[in-house]
Design a protein around this ligand. Structure first.
Ligand code: ZN
Length: 303
């Protein structure tokens, strides 16, 4: 086992991935409140919206207004884009980073963004050129551990898609377990393989906790060299184009695990729990996070 890192970066995704699958659509004011609460808890990098067709993802129809009203100066903001149009909207909105998505399986790529993986890779090549000097870029490879339509995504296929994409390297490469099927051994294998092939690009992991392997996968990913993890307050989340999709790893559960191991996250656990409880009240249903129910340890009064 390799040595523990001193710190891990967390990207708060509740305002984007977190609520895009919710039946209740939050107002821009409520979303801004969520973002402010996350920043107050210590979040310094947040994925706040996606620039997608509002007919397909009505929860994100307010992307431009939200971007215009973001509190500036305390955090970096990321917007998700699935095509060139979405990318240009992210630039125009003045976000710090655009997170572009290509899906490792062709069928899911078509469901998610309306064209095949090949076409999205071609779009990425143009976007990577257009982004230079204008906006930071992340490239997320969706269904990197398995596809809801095609099943297993062979490691060779994943590496082939990444190799094509890396002809135009992003600032950061993310592997997404979009449907939450990964296990720690696979995370170690795939993060390791990508790092060996492309040692210069920082790796972020986007993990869904669909089968309760999310936190174990996060730990495995960190041990394998991932430096950034996505998570959402309360564990909210899901993909509108993946059947039975469930939430991300809960931010406060991740903070608890890492801080107890002496790995700094920059986030305050109690403030995260409070923000998760607030979000639960807004969404009007129980959130999957567990530390928000149990509390941290040792309890503040016993500390
Ligand atoms: Zn997701």
């Amino acid at each position: 086992m390799s040595e523990l890192p001193k710190s891990v970066e967390i990207v708060e995704v509740a305002a984007r991935d977190g609520i895009q699958n919710e039946r209740k659509i939050l107002s821009v004011d409520t979303k801004l409140d969520l973002i402010r609460r996350a920043i107050d808890a210590g979040a310094r990098r947040l994925e706040v919206t996606s620039f997608v067709n509002p007919k397909r993802v009505p929860q994100m129809a307010d992307a431009d207004e939200l971007a215009a009203r973001l509190p500036r100066g305390r955090a970096r903001y990321v917007g998700l884009a699935l095509n060139a149009k979405g990318f240009e909207r992210a630039v125009a909105a003045g976000l710090d980073e655009a997170n572009f998505v290509v899906v490792a399986s062709d069928t899911f790529n078509r469901r998610n963004q309306g064209v095949g993986t090949e076409d999205t890779l071609a779009a990425w090549a143009e976007i990577a050129q257009a982004a230079k000097g204008r906006i930071g870029t992340g490239l997320t490879v969706g269904a990197a551990f398995g596809c809801p339509f095609e099943g297993e995504v062979p490691l060779a296929r994943l590496l082939e898609v990444i190799e094509r994409a890396m002809a135009h390297p992003p600032d950061e490469l993310a592997l997404a377990d979009t449907i939450g099927v990964a296990t720690p051994a696979e995370v170690i294998e795939r993060v390791g393989a990508v790092r060996r092939a492309f040692p210069e690009v920082p790796i972020r992991l986007h993990l869904h906790n669909t089968r309760n392997t999310g936190l174990a996968n996060a730990w495995a990913g960190i041990m394998a060299g991932a430096v950034t993890l996505d998570s959402s307050l309360g564990g909210v989340g899901g993909c509108p184009f993946a059947p039975r999709a469930t939430g991300n790893i809960p931010t406060e559960d991740l903070v608890y695990m890492l801080e107890r191991a002496g790995i700094a996250t920059g986030l305050d656990l109690d403030a995260c729990i409070e923000a998760a409880e607030w979000l639960e009240a807004q969404l009007e249903h129980t959130l999957p996070g567990m530390v928000m129910k149990a509390g941290g340890f040792p309890a503040p009064e016993a500390a």
